[in-house]
Design a protein around this ligand. Structure first.
Ligand code: FES
Ligand code: FES
Length: 161
């Protein structure tokens, strides 16, 4: 089947999608967007997290056919032109990226958290990221990154605060 959808503000038409094909597969293999990672394909790890109509979802659990006519944003949509998003920059500077497999999902989930709550406490960060598993970092550096991103996003460059 053919699906038409919008990803990161761009229109996509994808042919030969088969029944049961996941949105994650379609993004990575048909649309050339490999940022979302396939780590478990069972909704357990959060590495494939994308926005679907503004809500974070595990793309491995969404059928590609369900994306027809919907609005999707992947991790590739966070950066603008050549500039990393402040969340991406904070993850790098905090040492929260090791193998990087969990990172795209964490970035999208953190973006959702800080959009809803610009100043979350540690418990709120942990709860928001509870569905995103990381085997490498021990999570402390991820918390550091989210705290740093929150500060920077509430006090953009040039701010006098
Ligand atoms: S690959 Fe989708 S949740 Fe793990
Ligand atoms: S950095 Fe390797 S799984 Fe998180």
């Amino acid at each position: 089947m053919r699906i038409t959808t919008t990803v990161n503000g761009e229109h996509y038409e994808v042919d030969d999608v088969w029944e049961g094909e996941s949105l994650l597969y379609a993004l990575r293999e048909r649309m050339g967007l490999p940022g979302s990672k396939n780590a478990c394909e069972q909704g357990e790890c959060g590495s494939c997290t994308v926005y679907l109509d503004g809500l974070p979802v595990c793309a491995c659990l969404v059928a590609a056919g369900q994306a027809r006519g919907r609005d999707i944003m992947t991790v590739e949509g966070l950066a603008s032109d050549d500039d990393l998003h402040p969340i991406q920059q904070a993850f790098i500077e905090s040492g929260a990226v090791q193998c990087g497999f969990c990172t795209p999902g964490l970035l999208v989930q953190t973006h959702d958290l800080l959009t809803r709550d610009p100043d979350p406490n540690d418990a709120e960060i942990r709860e928001a990221l509870a569905g995103n598993l990381c085997r490498c970092t021990g999570y402390e550096k991820i918390l550091d990154a989210v705290r740093l991103a929150a500060v920077r996003m509430s006090s953009p460059p040039g701010s006098t605060q």
